[in-house]
Design a protein around this ligand. Structure first.
Ligand SMILES: C[S@@+](CC[C@H](N)C(=O)[O-])C[C@H]1O[C@@H](n2cnc3c(N)ncnc32)[C@H](O)[C@@H]1O
Length: 292
């Protein structure tokens, strides 16, 4: 019979853990997620054979490894390929052609995209597949997709790039054939797509500058952050984007109430946020910024 550990933790101790998580990782467990939070904490204590909240708090304060292990249990990693098809359609039909025009004369032609909160990799690989599908001669581009997440477990799966058929919902038969190889029950991302993506752990509550970016995808991550934390992160995203660069957020997220001047670009069913590019004129196939 499985040995059950009786655990006890007070409301005060749960509150202390909530505060610690908000401070270190930005994630807010408010009243709407109270049950989820306390159940997961109790499960974690049982798994770690910790009988009371004092022991748990002592471990959390003494070791970042212990803290990370507990946070892993509290993360929501729901994701899928081409999760919002309308967003990826706008990316392929509007954003990539615009960037193509803008960078037409650059040598080498580079494209830098950040998937912030990439979970198990479906989002950055969808970005890479979109680039391969939309950019003519995509091999001639220097494409860099930086994919980061706080969860080391999620990143381990992402790096393997192996997915069951059922999680490939929005992948078309043509894309499956072109960008995946079958391996037993799984479909593995082909090297051509895999090479475009670099994975690294990063806590967005302590985000570091990754250099200038053409696009940032941060979808369904900041919904769990406090308003102050969300606003500060959006401000950083604005600074990190190239003029004319785009920010992609989840359906229920927006940049309203943030004192930065993104332009809202409505594309079909979705809204994209564009950093103003200044004055632009087209010269032949090229888009030249600030030329007037
Ligand atoms: C719901 S998933 C979204 C995945 C993907 N962006 C999408 O929309 O399908 C949220 C992801 O954010 C990550 N996350 C949560 N807090 C984070 C933080 N402070 N720093 C970095 N990643 C974080 C989680 O580990 C999880 O993988």
């Amino acid at each position: 019979m499985k040995h059950l550990v009786a655990v006890s933790i007070t409301e005060y101790e749960l509150d202390e853990i909530r505060t610690l998580i908000e401070r270190r990782s930005g994630i807010l467990f408010d009243a709407s997620r109270e049950r989820f939070f306390s159940t997961r904490i109790r499960e974690h204590m049982a798994a770690k054979h910790l009988a009371n909240g004092t022991d748990l708090l002592r471990k959390l304060h003494a070791s970042t490894v212990e803290y990370d292990a507990m946070v892993e249990r509290l993360l929501t990693q729901e994701t899928s390929f081409f999760r919002y098809p309308a967003v990826f359609e706008a990316f392929q039909r509007k954003v990539l052609p615009e960037l193509h025009m803008k960078k037409f004369w650059e040598n080498p032609r580079s494209l830098r995209i950040w998937s912030a909160g990439c979970a198990t990799g479906e989002e950055p690989y969808s970005i890479a597949i979109s680039v391969a599908d939309a950019l003519m001669f995509s091999e001639a581009w220097n494409v860099e997709i930086l994919a980061t997440d706080i969860s080391k477990n999620a990143l381990k799966n992402a790096q393997q790039g192996a997915y069951h058929r059922r999680s490939l919902g929005h992948i078309s038969p043509r894309q499956l054939d072109a960008y995946f190889s079958a391996s037993g029950n799984e479909h593995v991302i082909k090297p051509r797509i895999r090479r475009m993506v670099s994975f690294a752990p990063m806590n967005l509550a302590q985000a570091v500058y990754l250099g200038r970016l053409d696009c940032i995808f941060c979808m369904n991550v900041m919904i769990y952050f406090s308003e102050a934390r969300r606003n500060s992160l959006i401000q950083h995203f604005y600074e990190y984007l190239e003029p004319g660069g785009y920010l992609f957020l989840g359906h229920s997220e927006s940049v309203s109430n943030v004192p930065v001047k993104f332009e809202s670009v409505v594309c079909g069913d979705c809204i994209l946020y564009r950093k103003p590019a200044g004055e632009m004129i087209y010269r032949g196939a090229a888009l030249v910024e600030g030329a007037l």
